[in-house]
Design a protein around this ligand. Structure first.
Ligand SMILES: O=C(O)CCC(=O)C(=O)O
Length: 324
């Protein structure tokens, strides 16, 4: 396996690493970012060719600490657990006593300040440059790899989580390291160029549909061609929705935390409808919790959130039209 050494300062490379969430708009998600295009033409070309890229620059240390503290608190409060948004992606997720790899989907629902950061606006500008001015913030999530764990994040393509039979979106995930990450504590791995291929067959880890994660078996690609992406804290690596990726286990004595913002372009009609068999078979306990939560009144909360999003969009449109 080769390794790419990136520090977010443009110094490059030495040879050597849920569900289909609805698009969420936010007060912070302005239609056009005031930031100037962050990537050079050659960076855009590299992203299009390899399917991933380390962004130059990094999140300011104070803001990074703030983001980390907010996310740690949400994990410790079990935020979103009843709603099915906090789960253990690699186990049966029955209780929270010794989680293998906790994930919090849409943490900004519980801490909206996450979308009012400079980091968010910087990433939004990147998304709009790569996906076009119509790019929208879709959802965020956070993955915790506990210290001293042997669990790797399985190889997968994010597009494999898309269960819409008729439409797809161009999608980019912006993965930010909340501490330095290396091959010892769970840095990301990519298969360069896999973004040019189709969605490969996926399954549940151990073929157990009760486990939330998806896995693309290594029989479908050459794992030896993978690169790892060690990063300094605050640096962001981005990948296309079709890029095959995984993350190494965290063998260090400190938890590894990553915060991911996902942006999408407008919906694109598929040539023919698809059937996503590996999602249809899922029987996770987070899905059960989600159903229970909705049945017990969660639907009202969802309606309220939707109304708030519509109001916020209306406000943005009015602001653009008449400056109100
Ligand atoms: O952080 C990880 O372990 C995996 C992240 C990932 O799969 C993603 O951002 O799509």
């Amino acid at each position: 396996m080769s390794q790419v050494n990136w520090n977010g300062d443009g110094s490059s490379c030495q040879p050597g690493a849920s569900q289909s969430p609805e698009v969420t708009s936010s007060p912070a998600a302005q239609p056009h970012s005031p930031y100037s295009p962050p990537f050079s033409a050659s960076e855009v070309e590299r992203f299009r060719s390899d399917g991933y890229l380390v962004a130059r620059g990094s999140c300011a240390p104070a803001e990074l600490q703030e983001i980390r503290a907010v996310l740690e608190q949400l994990f410790s409060q079990s935020a979103g657990r009843d709603e099915g948004n906090q789960l253990d992606m690699l186990s049966l997720d029955i209780d929270q006593r010794s989680p293998v790899q906790p994930q919090l989907v849409k943490p900004s629902l519980y801490a909206p300040s996450l979308l009012r950061t400079k980091h968010f606006h910087r990433i939004q500008a990147m998304a709009q440059q790569l996906l076009g001015g119509d790019a929208k913030f879709c959802f965020d999530h956070c993955i915790l790899k506990p210290a001293n764990s042997v669990a790797a994040t399985p190889w997968h393509q994010d597009e494999a989580h898309n269960q819409d039979p008729h439409y797809r979106h161009d999608q980019i995930s912006f993965w930010i390291a909340l501490q330095d990450v290396s091959e010892d504590n769970g840095c990301m791995r990519y298969l360069p160029g896999s973004n040019h291929g189709p969605v490969l067959p996926h399954c549940s880890p151990n073929d157990d549909p009760r486990i939330h994660a998806l896995e693309c078996p290594t029989t479908h690609f050459d794992e030896h061609a993978a690169v790892t992406a060690p990063l300094r804290a605050g640096v962001c690596v981005l990948h296309d929705g079709l890029t095959l990726h995984s993350a190494l286990p965290n063998r260090s004595s400190m938890d590894r935390l990553a915060y991911i913002l996902v942006f999408r372009g407008p919906p694109l009609k598929r040539e023919k409808p698809v059937k996503v068999v590996w999602l249809e078979s899922k029987r996770t306990s987070s899905l059960q919790r989600q159903r229970r939560w909705r049945y017990r009144g969660g639907f009202a909360v969802l309606l309220l959130r939707r109304a708030r999003r519509m109001l916020s969009t209306l406000r943005q449109v009015l602001f653009r039209l008449i400056g109100v």
